[in-house]
Design a protein around this ligand. Structure first.
Ligand SMILES: [Zn+2]
Length: 95
């Protein structure tokens, strides 16, 4: 089985199997973070994952979820936007 070597902030180098890691992928950048519980101290660790780490982890079959960290458009922004459209002010701003 593939072992993934990483580091725990407490213990230093540790080895994990893919099932012990979880990857959080950022939708826009293709990078993210991976999370694991240290097998020796049990500490919950969270590490940044660059493109290379992401592709390695995906290739080894690590479970992942896609996190959308772009600022979601809120209801109030939509309301403001449609109010601005209705008011016709946008046409003035284009000139
Ligand atoms: Zn540890």
């Amino acid at each position: 089985m593939t072992m993934i070597r990483t580091t725990c902030a407490v213990c230093g180098e540790v080895e994990l199997i893919p099932g012990e890691l979880r990857l959080e992928l950022t939708a826009l950048s293709g990078t993210g973070a991976y999370l694991f519980s240290c097998p020796s101290c049990g500490d919950q660790q969270r590490r940044p994952a660059n493109h290379r780490v992401v592709s390695i982890l995906l290739a080894t079959g690590v479970a992942y979820e896609v996190i959308d960290d772009s600022n979601p458009i809120t209801e109030s922004e939509i309301a403001r936007f449609s109010a601005a459209l209705d008011s016709g002010e946008w046409a003035d701003q284009l000139r």
